[in-house]
Each structure stands twice: as C-alpha cells, then as structure tokens.
Write a protein that binds this ligand. Structure first.
Ligand code: SF4
Length: 460
C-alpha cells in the first residue's frame, strides 16, 4: 500500500480541506503516515497569509526528501494559487494544484499512476476560481475530537491588507444538503462537536437559505452535541443569530468577531465596513443577549500609518469591551493588496512591542473571563491527555478546562466544577449530578503545587 504524508500550513479552513483530502486518498488506497516519516507521496497544503509560506514549503520538502528521496511532492492550497512562480522554482516539487483543482487531488495522484520524481512540476492552475456554489465529496478525516465543516469559500470584501480574495476567489457557499450530509457522516464517525468553517461564513447563502437555516438543519442531527461558529465578520452576522444562540441547546455561546483596529481612520484605510462605535455597540448587545457568551476578536498591529495614539485607541477599546481574548496579528505587506502601496510604514520594533502589549492584555482578559465561572458547574468536551495525567477540554463558551485524574475519556462530555485557574486554563474537577455542591469532597485530588492564587481561597 502506498503511503501519504500531509503537511498543512495555515487556517482552520485549510485544515478542514486537508481532512477531506486525507479521506479521499485513503479511499483510493493510500495509508496515511505522520509528516516526517518515510512516504511515497507528500501533500503540502499551503497558506499565503504569512510571509514564511515559501520558507515553510522548502523546509517541508527538504525534510521529506531526506527520508524518502523518491517521494512525489504535491503542493496545493493558497500559496500554490498566489505564489505559483516561486513554487515552481523549489527543487523537488512534482505537482502544483491551484485552488480550482485542489479538492480533486485524488484524481492527479492515483497510487497506480504515481511515477518517480519529475524534472519540473506539472501545474494545474487558473487565474480565477469558479464562482458557483459548490458541493464537496467525502468526509473529513480528523484526529481531533472537534471536526471542521467547510460551508463557504472565498470573499468579496477586499480588505486592503488581505490576500485571501486573490487566493480563494469570490464568495460562494456549499449546497446545504451536501453540508448536512457531511455533518451526519462526521457524527457517525463519533464527532460530538462541529465547527462551521469558511472564509466569510456570515455570507453563507445558498438556495435561498442562510446560516441560521443551516444551523437548524444541523441541530436535528441526533448525536451531535455542539455546533460552533468560527470567525465571523461583524457586518455579516444575521440579526436573529444572537437570540437563536441564547435559546439553542446545541449552538455554542461563542463568537469570534474580528475588529482589527479600534481607530476609525485605520479601519477606513483597511477598508473595513464598520466604525468602532458600531462594533462596540454590537459586542455590548451580544454580551447582554447571550448570557455567558465568550466573545473573541482579531487585532492587527502595525498597519501602515498606525500612530502610537491610534494604537492606544485600539488598546482602550478592547480593554473596555466584554471580550474574552484577542488574536493579535502583525501587519505584513502582501503583493497585490492595496495596503502594499500605503506609505508611513510602522517600524518592526514598534510592531513587535504593540503585539506584545495586546497579547499580554489578552491573557489578562482571558483570565478575567475564566474567573467569572469559578465555583460554577460547566460541561466540558474532553479532548486529550496532558503531561502528568491531566485532561484538557473545552466548554461550549470556550473555556479551556484542565482536570486531574485518570477516569476521563477523550470525546466525552462531562460535568465539571470549576475551582480555580491554572496557567492559562481553568482548573476543574469532575462531578456527578449529586456532587455538584460537594466541593470539599473533590478538592483533595488536586495537587496544591499546580494551583495558582485563585484556587487557594477555595481550600479554606
Ligand atoms: S473579510 Fe477582509 S480580512 Fe476577511 S477574508 Fe475577506 S478580505 Fe480578508
């Protein structure tokens, strides 16, 4: 049996596509091996958002060819779409598939046709990508408990810093029945939580139906416990979504809504579609409407022209809002985007300092959010063991919970009493329904040296 190794760079959407490619390659006779192990085929599913895409590709190819000099190397994903000429010069590449052809990878690498190394790569690439709504064969093969379900691709928004519209084309949605079909199969495979994934998922619209109709169809799948919406643009969130989230037993109380900057002039230069006030009003409204919701955001530092005052504006805004965490990105100039032509670049040193500043604030906000739930009972979907026999999992509102003890299994949802924080997680203890108020009974299992100051008062 021929072996295939995958190396995925980039976002959740890329990971969801890799999972489907894994499934399809297994169906045609490949055995998946870990990246770095000897293989017959290496698939590099690339990203073009980060500057290091080319370096990542070169490194991954060198590493594979050291182990398996005859391995056939296929490069696909966003960097294959936007960086074709650079990829063609990388030694060892045998096949390049642009995003129009990516999901058809299995047709290009059938085990019986896999020949040795090529002197130059075969290329399948188009400048533009089909705009039609799409279906997608297969079902994601995930090693994680949570499964990503791709429901949408592409973006029409053209934010001035973003290369994604060039890499993935215009927005289009997945046919609703096809998305539900894959979700049902993911649940049959044992997944209890599905994360709806795309480039701009608030724009999901197909056959006259939108995001809420899709969620309603998914909620009807028996055995599916949680549906999570991944990052969603602030101006695209359906009006009725918050009320729906507040009343649903399956839709997670979780919203990741990119802000990028807390300064109106910078938002305008970024070509974002809202003002700071509109964003703040919406977040306050969401926090009031959905009890205990976790709201996170993306922030970009060092956008051209961002002054110290404008950075301070961002900091003040996110500090005051009921946000639980931020992902902080440093601006990097991307070819073909509008921002590359903007003057007044922010020095690298300032970008680094601003990023550190906001990342630190994010840590504080997360800890503050977690502390609100100490002494409460929550439901945790456990994922994996950690060193020293601890287990780790997530609540529906995105609290990372760590629990000591061997009596847990991956992919189980368990009631947990939160009793403190530990590092960057909440510390919990499994309880049964009757144990809910029995804190004294469970505390002796927790080792004191693992705790931080927030736990200690509970021991008294
Ligand atoms: S909304 Fe803006 S940042 Fe997000 S993918 Fe579209 S262009 Fe990029």
């Amino acid at each position: 049996m021929k072996k295939v190794a995958f190396h995925t760079i980039g976002c959740r959407l890329n990971q969801s596509e890799t999972a489907v490619l894994v499934d399809r390659l297994k169906t045609i006779g490949y055995q998946r091996v870990e990246f770095g192990e000897p293989t017959d085929l290496l698939v590099l599913n690339t990203c073009s958002v980060t500057e290091g895409a080319e370096v990542d590709c070169r490194r991954a190819i060198r590493r594979t060819l050291r182990q398996s000099p005859q391995a056939f190397v296929a490069v696909t994903g966003c960097y294959a779409q936007t960086g074709l000429h650079a990829i063609q010069t990388i030694p060892g590449v045998d096949l390049v598939l642009g995003n129009q052809f990516k999901m058809d990878l299995a047709d290009y690498v059938r085990p019986e046709d896999l020949s040795g190394k090529h002197s130059s790569p075969t290329v399948w690439h188009t400048g533009t990508i089909d705009r039609a709504d799409f279906g997608q064969e297969g079902v994601g093969d995930f090693e994680t408990t949570r499964a990503n379900l791709k429901i949408q691709d592409g973006c029409n928004f053209m934010c001035s810093f973003c290369l994604i519209p060039f890499a993935r084309g215009r927005e289009r949605s997945r046919h609703l029945d096809d998305a539900v079909r894959e979700a049902e199969q993911l649940v049959e495979r044992g997944h209890k939580e599905i994360v709806l994934t795309g480039v701009n998922i608030g724009q999901f619209a197909t056959e006259g139906l939108g995001l809420i109709e899709l969620i309603q169809r998914l909620e009807a799948i028996s055995g599916l416990a949680r549906i999570r919406i991944s990052s969603i643009e602030p101006t695209t969130i359906p009006e009725a979504l918050l009320d729906y989230m507040a009343s649903s037993s399956k839709l997670c109380r979780f919203l990741h809504v990119p802000l990028q900057s807390g300064d109106d002039d910078i938002l305008k230069s970024m070509n974002r579609r809202y003002t700071v006030k509109e964003y703040c009003d919406w977040v306050e409204h969401a926090a009031r409407t959905v009890p205990d919701v976790c709201i996170g955001t993306d922030l970009m530092v060092g956008f051209p022209g961002e002054s110290e005052q404008q950075f301070a504006n961002t900091r003040a805004v996110v500090s005051a809002l009921p946000l639980a965490y931020f992902h902080v990105f440093s601006y990097s100039a991307r070819l073909r985007t509008a921002a590359i032509h903007m003057e007044d670049r922010v020095p690298g040193k300032s970008i680094k300092a601003r990023s550190k500043n906001l990342s630190e604030l994010s840590r504080l906000k997360r800890a503050e959010f977690y502390r609100r739930f100490i002494d409460q009972r929550v439901s945790v979907l456990f994922e994996s063991t950690e060193p020293a026999g601890w287990w780790s999992g997530l609540t529906d509102n995105f609290i990372r919970v760590r629990v000591p003890g061997p009596t847990i299994a991956a992919n189980e949802i368990q009631p947990v009493q939160l009793i403190g924080t530990i590092g960057e997680a909440a510390l919990g203890q499994i309880v049964s329904a009757e144990d809910c108020s029995g804190r004294k009974k469970i505390l002796p299992m927790v080792h004191e040296q693992h705790m931080d100051a927030h736990v200690l008062p509970l021991l008294c």
